[in-house]
Design a binder for this molecule. Structure first.
Ligand SMILES: Cc1cc2nc3c(=O)[nH]c(=O)nc-3n(C[C@H](O)[C@H](O)[C@H](O)COP(=O)(O)OP(=O)(O)OC[C@H]3O[C@@H](n4cnc5c(N)ncnc54)[C@H](O)[C@@H]3O)c2cc1C
Length: 459
C-alpha cells in the first residue's frame, strides 16, 4: 500500500504558495498555514495568498535582463506565480505588472484546484511536526521568530544594510589603485578610489542633501554603530566619513606618492572578480540619487551598477552558514526555508526560491538526489547566492535581487549591451539541459498514485 506524503508549508506568500503548488503537482499533500486574517504584518492588508505588499510590478520582463531571465525560466517550469501573473497582466511597458487582487485570487484558485493543498488560517507560533517548509518572509511574526531563535541563534537578522555593487570592468583603473591598508593580506586586495579635499567636501555635501527613501512606519531606524548609513555619518560632521569608511590611513596613491584626503574602497564581491562592493556604503539614499552622487567619486564616473544600496526591515537567516545545499537546516534537516528569509529579495526571486525548495523536498521524500539549477541560469545564480558559492569566502551575507553580478563571468570581455545577450543565450542553453534531465527523472509521480516516500514526510 502506498501512503500519500504530507508536508507543512508555513506562510502563503510568494514563496510558500509556489512551493505548496509545486509539491501538490508532484503528488504531495500540503497543509499551507497562513496567519492572515488572524494576524497580519504591518505591510500585509489583504486576506489572500501571494499578496504583493507594495508595487504591483514584478519588474522587467525583458529576456536580456537578469530578472527577465528569471521570469522566462519560471514560466518554462510552469510556475504558479508567473502563470498567475501572466493571467492578470496589466499594461506597464516592458515590466510585468499585475492586477494584484486578480493575481492573488488566481493563485488561490490554482492552489485549491490541485486538490492537495489545504489552506489553514493560523499563526504558527511553534514549529509543526514532520517535514516543514518555513516561508514566512521579511516580516515573519514575532512569535515564530522566537520559536526559530533556538535553531538559528545569532544567525537570524532583522535589518538588511546593503552597500552598492559595481561591475568591475566599469571602474576607471587609470584613477583607482589596488592596495590593502598598510599592505596587509597580500597587498592588493582592495581597489581604492582616492578623493582630494575638495572632492571629498563636495561629496559629503551631496550625500547630506541627497533625497533619501523614507522608512516605513514600522521600520524605526535602529542602526548598529558599526554599520551606520553613509548619510547618517555625513550628517554627524564633515570629517566623520573621512575617519570612518572613507579613511585613507595606510594607503598611498601611487600616482601622487601621497596619502589621499579620503578613499572609497572597493572589495571583491564574487569569486570571479566581476563585481565589487563599496565597503561601508550602506545607504538609504534613493536609487537615482545614488547613481548621481556616487558618480562624483573619482573612478566611478561611468559606473555600471549591478545593485544599489538599501536598508530595510528584513528577517533573514545567514543561509550559507545555516542551510545545507538542499535548503534544509543543517541542525534540523526536516526544516526547510524558502523565500526572502533565505536572503533572496523580491517577489519573483522569492517565488523562484519556493520553486527549487519544492524540488528539493520532493527529491528528499522520494530518496533521489536534488539537482539544483545550473549556475549559468538566473535561478541557478540566485541559488548559488543562497548557498554562498558565489561570494568571497567569509564575506558577510546580505540579501539580494537577481543581478548579473551573481552569474559566472563570461569567457571574454565585451560591451554592456552585448554582455546581456551573452548571459541570456548561455542561460537558455544551460536551462534547457537542466530541465531536460530533470523532466526525465522518474521520481516525479503522476497525479494520483504516488510512489512510496522514503523519509521524513508526515504521513
Ligand atoms: C514594506 C515592503 C515593501 C516591499 N516592496 C516590494 C516591491 O515593491 N517589490 C518586490 O519585488 N518586493 C518587495 N518587497 C519584498 C517582498 O515583499 C518579498 O520579496 C516577497 O513578498 C517575499 O516573499 P515571501 O514569500 O518570502 O514572503 P511574503 O510574501 O511576505 O509571505 C510570507 C507570508 O507568511 C505569513 N506569515 C508570517 N508569519 C507567519 C506565521 N507565524 N504563521 C503563519 N504565517 C505567517 C505572512 O502573513 C505572509 O503571507 C517588499 C517588502 C516589504 C516588507
Amino acid at each position: 500500500m502506498t501512503t500519500t506524503p504530507k508536508v507543512t508549508v508555513v506562510g502563503a506568500g510568494l514563496a510558500g504558495s509556489e512551493c505548496a503548488y509545486q509539491l501538490a503537482k508532484r503528488g504531495i499533500d500540503v497543509r499551507l498555514l497562513e496567519q492572515k486574517p488572524v494576524r497580519r504584518s504591518p505591510a500585509h492588508q489583504s486576506n489572500e495568498p501571494a499578496e504583493l505588499v507594495c508595487s504591483n510590478s514584478m519588474r522587467s520582463d525583458n529576456p536580456e535582463s537578469a530578472i527577465g531571465m528569471l521570469h522566462r525560466e519560471l514560466r518554462e517550469l510552469g510556475s504558479l506565480i508567473l502563470g498567475s501573473a501572466d493571467a492578470h497582466r496589466v499594461p506597464a511597458g516592458d515590466a510585468l505588472a499585475v492586477d494584484r487582487d486578480g493575481f492573488s485570487a488566481e493563485v488561490k484558485r490554482r492552489l485549491l484546484s490541485t486538490g492537495r493543498v489545504t489552506l489553514v488560517a493560523e499563526e504558527v507560533t511553534t514549529l509543526p511536526e514532520g517535514m516543514v517548509v518555513v516561508a514566512t518572509g521579511p516580516l515573519t511574526s514575532e512569535a515564530l521568530t522566537q520559536a526559530l531563535q533556538p535553531y538559528l541563534g545569532e544567525k537570524l537578522y532583522f535589518y538588511d544594510a546593503i552597500a552598492p555593487i559595481v561591475s568591475a570592468d566599469s571602474v576607471d583603473m587609470t584613477i583607482a589603485f589596488r592596495q590593502s591598508r598598510y599592505g596587509k593580506g597580500g597587498g592588493d586586495d582592495y581597489v581604492n578610489l582616492p578623493l582630494n579635499k575638495e572632492e571629498y567636501v563636495a561629496f559629503v555635501e551631496a550625500v547630506r542633501n541627497g533625497a533619501k527613501v523614507t522608512p516605513h512606519a514600522f521600520e524605526e531606524p535602529k542602526y548598529f554603530e558599526g554599520c551606520l548609513p553613509v548619510e547618517v555619518m555625513a550628517e554627524r560632521g564633515e570629517q566623520v566619513l573621512a575617519f570612518g569608511p572613507m579613511k585613507p590611513v595606510g594607503l598611498t596613491d601611487p600616482r601622487t606618492g601621497r596619502r589621499p584626503h579620503a578613499v572609497v574602497q572597493l572589495r571583491q564581491e564574487n569569486r570571479d572578480g566581476t563585481a565589487y562592493n563599496l565597503v561601508g556604503f550602506q545607504t538609504r539614499l534613493s536609487w537615482p540619487e545614488q547613481k548621481r552622487i556616487f558618480a562624483m567619486i573619482p573612478g566611478l564616473q561611468n559606473a555600471e551598477w549591478l545593485r544599489l544600496g538599501q536598508i530595510h526591515r528584513n528577517t533573514f537567516l545567514d543561509s550559507p552558514r545555516l542551510l545545507s545545499a538542499d535548503g534544509s537546516l543543517r541542525a534540523e534537516p526536516r526544516l526547510f526555508f524558502a523565500g526572502q528569509m533565505t536572503g533572496v529579495e523580491g517577489y519573483v526571486e522569492s517565488s523562484a526560491s519556493g520553486f527549487w525548495v519544492a524540488l528539493s523536498v520532493v527529491a528528499r521524500i522520494f530518496g533521489k538526489p536534488f539537482v539544483p539549477p545550473p549556475a549559468e541560469t538566473a535561478m541557478g545564480a540566485l541559488y548559488r547566492h543562497v548557498t554562498g558559492e558565489v561570494h568571497v569566502e567569509g564575506a558577510p551575507y546580505q540579501p539580494t535581487n537577481v543581478t548579473f553580478g551573481l552569474f559566472p563571468a563570461l569567457p571574454e570581455r565585451m560591451k554592456k549591451a552585448n554582455k546581456r545577450a551573452a548571459y541570456a543565450t548561455r542561460a537558455q542553453s544551460a536551462f534547457a539541459s537542466w530541465k531536460q534531465s530533470f523532466e526525465g527523472r522518474d521520481f516525479v509521480p503522476a497525479t494520483g498514485d504516488v510512489a512510496s516516500p522514503v523519509m521524513g514526510a508526515n504521513q
